[in-house]
Design a binder for this molecule. Structure first.
Ligand code: FAD
Ligand code: SF4
Ligand code: SF4
Length: 489
């Protein structure tokens, strides 16, 4: 494997002053360096190491600067992708950052975790020409490169704050929806208070997505930037318990409130044995490691469950994160149990690829029927049934159909359930007049993100159900725009 210097040297040797369209197509797609799989399962450090400067310029030159800009269609916040990539090709990283910042507040985060293959890069002309989305221009990687260079240079780019409006705004939660809303509300000159239930801000970016995919330092810097802008961040503040929503409005004098409380309530399969010792929701398993540092056995007060053979139920990003975390916590075998086949896995391609490289095993077309336990209620295995794929269901994916008589018990000592999350019901329970749908998500006016209560807005997973960082961010900004209008009245 080449080291960073060699990769940079090789990319530099391919650089030219300018390229014809034909030459652009011949530039090899630049791979991002990663930590070696054997090494990285022994640490929590970031797996993907980012482009070198010449790699970024080379990759940016693969962009054909299409007149119709199809890639922008695939970006939920409509970043002017060709324009920022052009700046990278011209070696103007600051110019590229300015263009990205017009639409996105968290490029170093989105560049890392956006499912680009199903968003911007899915629409890229280059990927379409090669009939391979992996050959699309590395839009997310370039976005990450730009944001990282700016951060490493210590360039914070604090935005201008408008003159005080005298209005007081509450933002509930501190995930990407709330971070974006708080920033835009503060920029407009309001006094902004952010209330977070946990002892640390960042939402899923901190307690869910592991350090090896998204270093916590990056999220901490974004929150720090909010504080420098003058946003007051109150942690250990559970809206619905510490203060009720109505109290914030009627007693504490908030003029408007944004709710970005996410979807943090884990779903279970409700199969026999699911209460046994050694069964975890992915939320608990990941929170113990990410937020409570249980992997740091010497210093953490939170113990880590010791496992040898781990089964993870589910096939999304949460399942991949749980499986890869289990390996890093010392499990010998980790198996993802998924009801459909590899083609239907909802996780990002890169995560599946990294999981396989690290030694995670997959049992496709298997569905859990029961968790088996010994007389002390400790997990000893899982009874699975084989499935085949039937007709497509409402999600468009082929439905798994159980094949009778194929039940079999597989030995495991730990089970992690990663089959999705619902929204937390606390605010609804303590504010019955707020309208929710049958899944418990807040119902909002799609143009303004206002809920059924005047002056109360919502966005992110609490509205969408478990979705993505960039969609949450987009909704936070949309709500802030409408709130700024509302507060002017
Ligand atoms: P959240 O990030 O969930 O933040 C909500 C915050 O509100 C939390 O901090 C919570 O503690 C707080 N809160 C809740 N109730 C209250 C209350 N009553 N009072 C005060 N505070 C409260 N998306 C991607 O795009 N790419 C990925 O690779 C990806 N990987 C993921 C991996 C995992 C393990 C998980 C769980 C999710 C992943 N997602 C990914 C989804 C993504 O993280 C979410 O869609 C996104 O974080 C939603 O943002 P949000 O701001 O709506 O809510
Ligand atoms: Fe692509 Fe996400 Fe960046 Fe938009 S924010 S350009 S979807 S990586
Ligand atoms: Fe560049 Fe691809 Fe967008 Fe065309 S579609 S402008 S090649 S990134």
């Amino acid at each position: 494997m080449l080291d960073r210097e060699e990769v940079e040297k090789e990319a530099k040797s391919l650089l030219k002053e300018s390229y014809t369209q034909k030459e652009k197509i011949k530039i090899p797609a630049q791979d991002m360096m990663t930590q070696d799989p054997d090494q990285r399962v022994l640490n929590m450090n970031e797996v993907a190491l980012g482009y070198t400067p010449s790699q970024a310029i080379l990759e940016a030159n693969r962009c054909l600067q299409c007149k119709t800009k199809p890639c922008i269609e695939g970006c939920p916040v409509r970043i002017d992708i060709p324009a920022f990539i052009k700046k990278v090709a011209e070696r103007d990283v600051e110019g590229a950052y300015d263009i990205i910042s017009e639409s996105s507040l968290l490029p170093s985060i989105c560049g890392r975790v956006c499912p680009q293959e199903s968003q911007c890069q899915k629409y890229c002309t280059v990927g379409k020409m090669f009939k391979d989305v992996d050959k699309s221009v590395g839009i997310g990687r370039l976005e990450r490169y730009v944001a990282d260079v700016m951060r490493e240079q210590g360039n914070e780019n604090l935005p201008k704050i408008e003159k005080s409006t005298g209005k007081k705004v509450g933002v509930v939660g501190s995930g990407p929806a709330s971070i974006s809303a708080a920033a835009d509300l503060r920029k407009a000159g309001h006094e902004v208070f952010m209330f977070e239930a946990l002892h640390k801000g960042g939402g899923v970016l901190v307690y869910g997505i592991p350090e090896f995919r998204l270093p916590k330092e990056i999220v901490a810097k974004e929150l720090n930037k909010l504080e420098k802008m003058g946003v007051h961040i109150e942690t250990n503040f559970l809206v619905g318990r510490t203060r009720k929503l109505q109290e914030l409005l009627d007693v504490d004098g908030f003029d408007a409130i944004f709710i970005g409380t996410g979807a943090g309530l884990p779903k279970f399969l409700n199969i026999p044995g699911e209460n046994s010792i050694g069964v975890f929701s992915a939320n608990e398993y990941l929170t113990r490691s990410n937020l409570m540092y249980s992997y740091d056995k010497e210093n953490s007060k939170t113990p880590q469950y010791v496992s040898k053979n781990v089964a993870v139920f589910g096939g999304g990003n949460v399942a991949m994160d749980s499986a890869r975390t289990a390996l890093r916590l010392g499990a010998e075998n980790v198996t993802i149990v998924y009801r459909r086949s590899k083609e239907e896995l909802p996780a990002r391609r890169e995560e599946v690829h990294h999981a396989i490289e690290e030694g995670v095993k997959f049992l496709f077309l298997h569905s859990p029927l029961e968790v088996c336990a010994d007389e002390k209620q400790r997990v000893t295995g899982v009874k699975l049934i084989t499935c085949e794929l039937g007709e497509p269901d409402a999600s468009g994916r082929r439905r798994p159909v159980e094949i009778k008589g194929t039940e079999k018990v597989f030995e495991f000592d730990t089970v992690i359930v990663a089959i999705g999350n619902n929204s937390n019901p606390l605010i609804k329970l303590t504010t019955p007049e707020i309208e929710t749908n049958r899944r418990g998500n807040f119902v909002v006016n799609e143009d303004t993100m206002e809920t059924s209560i005047t002056g109360v807005y919502a966005g992110g997973d609490i509205v969408l159900g478990a979705a993505t960082v960039i969609k949450a961010m987009g909704q936070g900004r949309k709500a802030a725009k409408a709130m700024n209008e509302f507060l002017k009245k």
